[in-house]
Design a protein around this ligand. Structure first.
Ligand SMILES: [Zn+2]
Length: 354
């Protein structure tokens, strides 16, 4: 029945064409069409229902309050028990992805990346690979022994979410020579299980060790806060919302606008900001100068402008670079506090001549 209605509505009304410039008139027309009189054939085994499945669903819900309250209750209980707290930022979010689902997606993306870039990976003895791995080793050590600046508590950020720790010898660092490939795309990412990828064309933007540490700690931040799991937890909810919007409006456009353009983007911006924050704190803990972070994002902004609007992949779903710089400058005193408390600011001489 749903299928039949769906096909009729799509072909007869062509909602997307009718939407243009009509607004209320279209909605009225659509409502009339949904409630239009239908002929019932005698001796016909097929059932022609007067109302749409949506209104029948509500009618059923009204007639069976026990079922309704039960379902809503179980669903709410499920959601409430699956809310957890992100490390470092202590943000509450919905997490309902099993570890094996995440592992599956991680393996898939690793296979994809290897199929595409496998031939362009720099050898592990290459100076750039060495540099990336030495920075990552420091960042990983800092995340293993992170000290919360407000509570003073020391935690292993890898195990905060109840996930299994990744031992240092299990990490793999790959530098992809995208310049040799002929299509430079300055980017970096860390995937579950401890696999780090960095594109060589990102190095001139990073400029120095602190810039590189900013990028790598941001990506590590995504892993530590398990943003893959969060994204996978949200997708069934967003999908359901899309279907509800489709059944109300009879068009995929409003759902697209609400779910993809507003909700999805705001979620991904939130995750990006969180990765920035975690990254900044972890890099400061690892004795990388936090003032390198705003410098890197300014370079990134400059690169964006040079490209004339074509946004590099690393920043495409990210908050605007101006907003990001503002955030980072706001967190700077906290980051500097961590950096100085570690004793990082003292160079060797001042240490000996104290
Ligand atoms: Zn990011």
């Amino acid at each position: 029945m749903f299928q039949k209605n769906f096909i009729l509505r799509t072909f007869r009304l062509n909602p997307q064409a009718s939407m243009r410039g009509k607004g209320i008139a279209f909605l009225r027309q659509a409502r009339y069409y949904r409630n239009r009189p239908r002929y019932v054939y005698f001796n016909d085994s097929r059932q022609y229902n007067q109302s749409s499945w949506w209104s029948r669903f509500f009618a059923y819900a009204r007639e069976n309050p026990r079922v309704t309250y039960g379902t809503v209750g179980v669903f709410t209980l499920f959601l409430v028990t699956h809310i957890d707290e992100a490390p470092v930022t202590h943000r509450y979010r919905l997490m309902m992805t099993a570890e094996w689902v995440e592992n599956y997606f991680t393996q898939q993306s690793f296979r994809q990346v290897m199929a595409e870039y496998g031939n362009y990976i720099l050898p592990s003895y290459h100076p750039i690979s060495k540099q990336v791995s030495s920075i990552m080793v420091r960042l990983i050590a800092a995340a293993h022994d992170y000290k919360d600046p407000t509570t003073g508590e020391r935690v292993n950020l890898f195990t905060v979410l109840g996930k299994s720790d990744i031992p240092l010898d299990k990490w793999e660092f790959y530098v992809i020579d995208d310049v040799r490939m002929g299509r430079p795309s300055p980017n970096a990412f860390v995937i579950g299980g401890g696999k780090v990828f960095l594109f060589k064309s990102l190095l001139p933007i990073c400029e120095d060790t602190n810039g590189l540490a900013t990028v790598l700690s941001h990506e590590l931040g995504h892993l530590l806060a398990d943003h893959l799991g969060e994204r996978l937890s949200l997708s069934p909810l967003l999908f359901t919302l899309n279907i509800i919007m489709f059944s109300i409006f009879g068009s995929s456009r409003p759902g697209d606008i609400l779910v993809n353009m507003l909700l999805n983007r705001s979620f991904s911006r939130e995750m990006e900001t969180e990765a920035d924050y975690i990254g900044l704190m972890v890099m400061s803990r690892a004795c990388f100068d936090p003032t390198g972070a705003p410098k890197l994002w300014r370079n990134m902004l400059q690169f964006e402008q040079q490209q004339g609007g074509s946004v590099p992949e690393l920043v495409s779903t990210h908050p605007s670079s101006e907003r990001r710089l503002e955030n980072i400058n706001g967190w700077m005193s906290k980051a500097k506090g961590i950096y100085e408390e570690n004793g990082c600011y003292k160079d060797l001489r001042s240490f000996w001549y104290r």
